[in-house]
Design a protein around this ligand. Sequence first.
Ligand SMILES: [Zn+2]
Length: 64
Amino acid sequence: MKCSLCGYEFDISESSSACSSCPMNKSCTLLRCPNCGYEFPKEPEWLEKLTKLFKGKKNGRINS
Ligand SMILES: [Zn+2]
C-alpha cells in the first residue's frame, strides 16, 4: 500500500496494527498510514492493479 497523502509505502498488516485502537476496529475498513496517520479506504485489488497499470503508462504523474 502507498499513502496517497505523504507517499509512504507500507504493508497492510502494518496498517491494521496501527488501527487496533480504533473504536470501530471490527468493522473498520480504513487503512491508516503509519507515517502520517492519514486514514483512507482500502482499494479493491482490481483497482490497485489498474492504478499501477496507469501509473506505469503515465510515468507516475497522476499523484505528484
Ligand atoms: Zn501518510
